[in-house]
Structures are given as structure tokens and as C-alpha cells.
Design a protein around this ligand. Sequence first.
Ligand code: G6P
Length: 741
Amino acid sequence: MLQFVLALLAGLGLLAWGVTQFVQTTAQNWFARDVSLRARLVVTGARASLASHWNKEHRRELRKQLSEITRDERVMAAAACTLDFSRLTATPDFPDGFGCQEVGDHMQSPTGTPEAPLQEWNSVNRLPAGSVAVSAIPLWDDGLEVGFVVLLQDLSYAERREDATTKFLLAAFGVVALLAALVTLAIARLSRQAWSAELRKALRGDRTQRPEFQPILRDVRELVERMIEDTGDTSGAWTAERLKQTLRRNLRGERVVILANREPYVHNREPDGSIRVLHPASGLVTALEPVLRACSGVWIAHGSGTADRDTVDRSDRVRVPPGEESYYIRRVWLSQQEEDGYYYGFSNEGLWPLCHLSHARPLFRSEDWIEYQLVNERFADAVAAEVDSDDPIVLVQDYHFALAPALIRERLPAATVIMFWHIPWPNSERFGICPWRNQILEGLLGSSILGFHTQFHCNNFFDSVDCYLEARIDHEQHGVIRQGHPTLVRPYPISLEWPVRWLESAPSQPECREQVWRELQLKPDALLGVGVDRLDYTKGVEERLLAVETLLERFPQFIGRFTFVQLAAPSRTKIDRYRELNELVEQLAARINVRFGSGSYRPIILRRFHHEPPDVFRYYRAAHVCYVSSLHDGMNLVAKEFVAARDDLRGVLLLSQFTGAARELTEALIVNPYDLEEVSTALATALRMPAEEQAIRLRSMRTLLSHFNVYRWAGEMLSDAARLRSHERLTGRLLEGAAAE
Ligand code: G6P
């Protein structure tokens, strides 16, 4: 605005200068003409008497005549000059320097002949005292030229008038410029106020009549959304509500469909005939359940509970969570043969050990592979039956469904399939040992988006595609294009809901400690370590117990004081390797207890049964240390749960460097679970860590978790999916447009 006003003033200044120059030149011309006219009139009026005295003898008379002429206030002096350019006479104040010769020279005709009559000559002389007009008028008597009269006229009055006119003009222009600037400013201010009021109204969502706002509104909204997504501040934090809004805004309210083998609520028949609802121990379920709660929709899963069939409707659906019923589970029933081949066999004896570096040999049986393919088909059919549009969003979860993305795409070509692989992806050499490696890669590349917890696992996947398939890897877009179909391959580190719902009803930290101390019969000054896992060989439970043994060996001051409680949920116990693990862990705990236990003191307490989340949270809150010792883990949510549980900012997390979580929770004590000396030292450090240091570490990790929660995980995947969908819709429209032309 200021620039505009300055430019306006400069323009007006220039105009004023131009106008005054024009006015001055015009006025000067007018005055000059006026003066010469007057000189001619004066001389013509006095011609007869001047001519009658035009000789040397009548000089006195002639001077008198000239003096008469100078009575006119503007005529200052006059002189009479002969034809040979000598002065006949002059009024007394005629300046000496003004000779008849110089004037006569100007009056001669330009042809230069001396006989030619003299011509009138007028000029303006600018003298220090002011300007003087010189007029030389030839004098004739009876048709004969006798000489010429020189008149000097005062022009200072003209200059005074010019000055006054210029000043007046400049002042007038100044006033006009000032008024113009003020009016411009006022108009600009008023229109800006009106404009921003209208824009604000439009941004608040009111209808606007002004079409010129539309591009701005779109840009502003996009910017705000991007800022909210990008900033880590609390106002832009991801919450269930924000996830819901993202879904509504980006996906136009389409229902989310989750396909995951494990169901979030299992209905089991108790010995007394009643039905008990169980929350399975599964990181996948822990993370995804709050997402579906926020989004609504359907979770398609294997109905594995003993009372699952008794709790579904005729379409095999059950509304959950109990009492809240915000979404439903669609249960798919598997025969024993299907479960053995697909779940126990190919998924958990083949793919699980293939993907985890934990020294378990993968078993690839072709009968398991057949079941795996058939069950993937069955679940893809269930997805096609549950969706409510041709282009639904389907979130496929984990290694149980490597083939499902391509199978879903066959059934629903316009679907957006987001596949998330919750476990690590091995290097290409290791992956190559799977006899059906190509089919697995092809199945996964049916997805629109394929997510892993870390970039490292994305890179391993790219390498595998590179080794075994004909496909193009687009490193810039982080994608794979196979047979014209693109799949984005990106890291989306999974996390917890925030705040974690189990904390709302959890007892206070002193109460938790009191209850747990009572349950475990600990001495008041006892120090407690906790481990929470499915009993799985990838979790490093044996190494964990051995580390406790090493601690007691190397730091005997903890004997009698330190107890490690392991909450171990039995898992996949139909598989030999898991059964062996159960026995090994049992024996190991017994051996350590015999070696270091005394009286009621047992250094290891093994609780090998399912614990419901509120129970687990009591243990997290009561313990001094939590040790997560996975030998290999995609993420590990136990580590994050412990941090979430400690709102009292007390307790220390020991975390294996081989978990995805170790990349985020860097304030934990990061250890190599195979290095028993290192772990035992870290355990001793943790047990002696000052309260302030515990608080600093926990505060930092809690801040991270509050921002990088599971709503963000899902929100980012769904936002990427929305971008893909709008791109696809746009290109679809363009193609339609091109076809119509
Ligand atoms: C891991 C897998 C999940 C699985 C969970 C529990 O976290 O990634 O897909 O649900 O273990 O295993 P389970 O075999 O009991 O479902």
C-alpha cells in the first residue's frame, strides 16, 4: 500500500513539474509578444512627432519625445538610432553598453544587402537585476526609412507573475496529491477490511459469493492441514478425533476395512459355561484396535475363540468393543486343516522364522503353502463381501496375508490396498530361501501402499524385488512398478494410542506397587524388574533370564533384593519350537532360583499365563526396571507401553538394539541382549539410577510417544492413500475426458 501511495505521489510530482514548465514557457511567450506589440504601438503613436525631430539639431526635442514615451511605467528607457547605427539621442537612464550598432546588426535583413529595409527586432535580456525586453522598431517618414527607436521594457513584473503562478500550481498539486493519497488509503483500508471479513467468513466455512476466493481458500486449507500434520506441537497432535476427521475429509467417509488374522476381542467359554472376553497378547491388536475404534468399519479376522461362534449374528459379525460397539468384527471360520497349514505351518513355521534373525530354521512344506494360498483366497472373498463400494480402503495386516493384496485387487480393481508388514523383512539372500518367494513378492505388490516399521526393512524389500522379480524400482518415489501397477513402499513406525486407555482406570503407582508386592510376596525394600511377552523365541526370554543370573553373579549386593518377574503369555504352543521354549524357560528359571534363591526369595518369577492389559499395566507401574530383550523385532510395543505406563516418571527401560523401537526410544538403556555382561551392567545401572535421570529419560520418551502415536501412524498411511486416490481419480477423469474428445 505504502509503495502505491509513494508511486502516486511521485507521479503527481512529475506531472506538477511538467505542468509548471509548460505554464512558464507559455507565459513567457505571451509576455514577449505582449511587450513587442506594445513597443510597436508606442513608436507608431509617436511616429509623427519623432520623425519631425529626427535630426541632430532637434536632439533636445527628440529626447523630450523619447522621455514622453518612457512615462509608461513599464518602458524604462528609449534611444533613437540613425540608419548608420549611431545614437542620435537617448533618455538619461538608457544604459551606455547598449549601442545602436549591436541592435542595428540584428535588424538587418538576413539576405545581408545594405539597401534592404531594417526589420523589427525583439529580444529578452536576462540581467542580474531582472529581465529586460529590448525592442527595436524601424521609423519611417513619408515612405522613407529614417532610423529606429530602441525601447527597453521592464519584464520583472512578468517574472513575478510567473513565480506566483508556479507556486500556486505547485501548492495546488500538493493539495491534490495529498487528497488523492488520503482517499486512496481510505478506500484501500475499507476494501481490505471488507475483503478480509469476507475471507474470514469463508474460511470459517460460510458460503461466499466471491469466486475469486476459491483458489485462496483451497490453498489456505491445504497449508493449514499440512502445518497441522507436520508440526509436532500439541495443538497439531494426532488424536482419535483428528484421525476421524482426516478420514472424513480425505476419504469422503468411506468405511475402513481391516484384514488381520488375530481378532481384537476373543470370546472364550469358561469351565462354568460363562463367556469371557479376552484381549489377545498381540502388538498388532494393541496398535490397531484404537484405530478402528476411531474410524468405525469392520475388522475381518479368524474366529479363534471357543465361544466365538456363539456370539456372532447370522452374517458372522459381532459388534465391539463390548458396551461401546463402535465397529464390528467379521469372523472367518477355519477348519483344523486350514489353521494348521496356513497359521501354524506356513505363517508361523515358515515366514515367521524366515523374517526374524533368531536362529530358528524355517520349515517350508508344500501342503502348508497350499493351505496358505486357499485361506488367503477365503479372506479376500470375505473382504469383497464386506466392502460397501467398488473402491474401498482395505488395510491388510501382516505376514499371514502376503497374497491377499493381489487377490483383493483381482476382486476389486479400484480398491486402495494398504498392506502393513508388522515383522522385519530379511535381507534378499535370506528371503531367497523361501521356495515361493516370487509369489509372495507378487502378492504384496498387489497393494497400493506397503508399509514397514523402518527404512531398513523397506530397503531389504527393494533388494528382494530387485533380485527375484521383473519390476522397476523407483527410488525417488519410494515405489515399485510391476506390470504397470505402482506400489509405494514406505516406513510407518507403529505406536500406541495416546493416552493409553488402560491408564485411565489404573491404580496409583504406590497402589500398584503395594498390590504387586503382595502378589509376589516381595520384601518392602525389594527391587523389581519386569518382562512382558508372548512366549516366543524371538523375544530373547532365555537371554533375559541369563542376564539376570549374570547380574547376581557380578553384583552380589542384589542377591536377596532383586527379583525379575516375567509375564509370559503362552503362544502358538502347537508348534514344537514354542513348546520347547516353554520347557527351556521353565528349567532356566528353576535353575537360577535354586542357585540364588533362599527362603521365600526367588530371583525369577515366571507367570506363564495370559494377563489382561490392566494387569500388565499394574506390573509396569510397580516395577523399577522393564527389560525388552528381543533378538529381532519389527517394533515391539511392550517397550512403548512401559514408557506410557510411567506417568510418575519413575522406572528405567532396558531395550534391545535389535528392535524397531530402539530407533525411537533412544533414552532407554540400549543393549545387545546376547552380551550378558553388558546387559547385567546396564541392569545394575538402572537399579541405581537417580530419580532425576529416570525422569529426564522418561519425559523425553513420553513426549515422543505422545506425538508419534498410533493415530499418526494410521493418519499418515491414510493420508498417503487419500493422495493416491485423488491422483487416481484425477487421472481417471482425464482419461475419460480424453476418450470423450
Ligand atoms: C506378532 C505378529 C502379529 C500377531 C502377534 C501375536 O506381533 O506380528 O501378527 O498377531 O505376534 O501372535 P498370534 O500368533 O498369537 O496372533
